[in-house]
Write a protein that binds this ligand. Sequence first.
Ligand code: PYC
Length: 424
Amino acid sequence: MILKRAVHPRTRYSALGLLRRGLTRTDWPPAWRCHDLRASYDVVVVGGGVHGLATAYYLAARHGITDVAVLDKGYIGGGASGRNTAIIRANYLTPEGVRFYDRSLKLYERLSADLNFNVMFSQRGHLTLAHSDSALRTLRWRAEVNKLEGVDSEVVDPAEIAELVPQLDVSDAARYPILGGLYHPPGGIVRHDAVVWGYARAADALGVHIHQGTEVTGVDVAGGRAVAVQTTHGRVRAGAVVNCAAGWSSRIASMAGVRLPIETFPLQAAVTEPVKPFLGTVVVSGTLHVYVSQTDRGELVLGAAVDPFTSYSMRGSLDFVEGLASHTLELMPALARLRVLRQWSGLCDVTPDFSPIMGPTPVGAFFVDVGWGTYGFKAGPVAGEAMAACLATGRTPELIRPFALERFARGDLVGEKGAAAVGH
Ligand code: PYC
């Protein structure tokens, strides 16, 4: 049982201290504490994934707001934060998207130092392949927008692709010939649980309360403002409520009477047995609906598009893994003998324009940080930073203004589908 923690975590170890602990096998102190649920907090964050924890951390670290509770119905990082493929990149299609994800990437670059926790961000590059003229045109478009926004991305030809990833079949004989690619050197992968634990430990050390096993069952609204949440452990009054409940965000919003334009789809992924390191970059093929990266342990992480139906089910299917294997082999036939070790599924809240919904809502003191489709993990730091600023100052930061809920009423969409990986 990991829900009850007792000892304060703010412990730093010298090299000798680490060695002594390893040799004597003494238990590691818990990284965050367990508290009684108070009757009231200044801010209640619903959802203990990377977004909720980052919001709480930046509220405390940047704005001195420490009377904050993060509530999770399960365990922290057990939802979308623990079910993604941990790809970090900023090579989006719209200027609004590129600026936003670039800020996140920059925060990821210094996150280990900021949190004093090794999040294992490996900037090994990100390569998106084009197998058709129209795909290549979109990649060129993305490269231009990226460059204009100061993001390192360029279109590369098959010979350059062969140098980057010799295992790819770049010959004309391939069933889906590779015509070119978008290469984005600062992209890469991160260790998702380390990010969650790093934010949790740092937020806890600043006084934030993390309540696992605490499900929100209602949001009380009085006079047009959110005033409290109902939970499985009682009612909690709140100065403000932030909905960071990826996967269940539309259900939490509906408790406050806020309707979100979101549909929820399962997204599956799988990992193979470990092999010697051979894959230097993340490889994505939109046409083949597949993305592949190799972890530091040597496993290949493989993903595909969301399931073709809305559902809250998080069950893996044989159908998915068969499709995934055949698409991966179209790209890299040499992997034919590799075995799949495990597969999993998470939930993706998809909006009509494939961009998130962030900021205030028509219900006072009820904020949303939702609609993260298949791009939520990479946005965790910037979303936390921006939501914290929004709550603390009462003003919506410029960076997230384009993602306001009202854009759907205004028809002012931020169409990001062309860069949303293969997730849709
Ligand atoms: O947006 O890079 C992405 C991504 C990869 C897997 C799911 N989404």
